[in-house]
Design a protein. Structure first.
Length: 369
């Protein structure tokens, strides 16, 4: 059963993050890769792309990663209370997460983050004993690292031709699986460059938050974050708008310097707006209690995350509704929201009935033997 003393702010943030992640991911689940690699055509689709990239992309992923880092501290404390080796538990958990990530990438969605989390979880392990202040400095240091990675990625994408169309995600399940197998190595490399440094920085920040008891009412961390919000808005909003303008084609491709600056700026812009969302969600949780089914879905975020892709596969695949490539970005935004809500409600209902989500049960068995 779920812990009745669990901090519900964490689950509220996870639920919101899952919605944001789904809105971003549905584009890559519902459109051919050659379409997602170029700016959208048409005013409605361009506005939709601008909206998603300004408010969602690289924000909720960072927020979700922050909570993963926070969870490492919680698991370490739990192992200490139980008098067992945290290293053994942690290793089994990462192995289980990596295995689930590989299956998820091949069978559901090549943009999987579970394997990346397992890899970053290995890298953060040697830092677990550092102080909160040192971890914060490491997190901040990841911003220029992310900017360098993004610059390299932009150069690589400039020299790359649009891939030849092969097996389609809109075909049968076998055809879609073949398409994912072909695309996965390239997508994994892209994600490591695009998200890896920011994910690692968010892990370090979350681990620091756990050590500093960030989620405790009136904590020094919450107070410090509240003071910084105006600065994050003043700096972060223009940077996020510049990123969205670059990605949605508002900044013409021939303005290479401005386009590159807007793209690379997400290394700072994404974490800043994620911090604003973190503050707002913590304040919201203090004032409003979400329905239990939504909190439960947040507690079982692994199942919710994977279920989003499964539902999207049915919507877009030839083995389901066959809508792959048939809906523009303007239609994919509300559809992404709908898929997220359905996955949340289904996971919440299952977990409330059985105690936890199916994938949480699998990962828990692997972790605790």
């Amino acid at each position: 059963m779920q812990n009745p003393n669990r901090n519900t702010a964490v689950d509220t943030i996870r639920t919101a993050s899952l919605i944001g992640i789904c809105v971003v991911n549905v584009t890559f689940l519902g459109l051919p890769v050659e379409v997602t690699m170029v700016p959208p055509v048409g005013t409605a689709d361009q506005i939709a792309a601008f909206f998603v990239e300004a408010l969602f992309q690289s924000k909720f992923f960072v927020l979700f990663s922050f909570l993963f880092g926070w969870g490492i501290h919680v698991q370490q404390q739990s192992a200490a209370r139980a008098g067992v080796s945290f290293g053994a538990r942690y290793a089994r958990r990462l192995i289980g997460l990596a295995g689930l990530g590989c299956l998820h990438a091949v069978l559901v969605f090549t943009g999987d983050i579970l394997l990346i989390y397992a890899l970053m979880g290995v890298l953060i392990w040697p830092l677990r004993g550092l102080s909160a202040q040192t971890l914060l400095r490491i997190a901040y240091a990841m911003i220029p690292v992310a900017a360098i990675c993004l610059t390299g990625l932009a150069v690589a994408l400039t020299d790359q031709t649009v891939p030849v169309v092969g097996p389609s995600l809109g075909g049968s399940f076998i055809e879609a699986t073949r398409a994912r197998l072909i695309d996965w190595p390239q997508t994994l490399g892209f994600l490591l460059l695009f998200q890896g440094a920011l994910a690692f920085g968010a892990f370090a920040m979350g681990l620091a938050a756990g050590k500093a008891q960030f989620f405790a009412p009136g904590s020094a961390g919450r107070t410090a974050l509240a003071r910084r919000i105006p600065w994050y808005l003043v700096v972060g909003i223009p940077l996020n708008l510049a990123y969205a303008a670059s990605m949605s084609g508002i900044i013409p491709a021939n303005r290479e310097v401005w386009s590159l600056a807007g793209f690379v700026g997400i290394a700072l812009a994404g974490p800043m707006l994620a911090a604003v969302y973190l503050h707002l969600l913590v304040v919201l949780n203090d004032r409003i209690r979400l329905p239990a089914i939504l909190v439960t879905a947040g507690q079982n975020s692994l199942t919710t995350y994977v279920l989003q892709g499964i539902i999207a596969g049915f919507v877009f695949g030839g083995y389901g509704l066959g809508l792959f490539g048939q809906i523009g970005l303007a239609g994919l935004v509300p559809l992404g929201l709908a898929i997220a809500v359905v996955a949340i409600l289904v996971t919440g209902a299952i977990a409330r009935r059985s105690g936890r989500g199916p994938l949480e049960s699998v990962l828990r068995r692997l972790t605790y033997l």
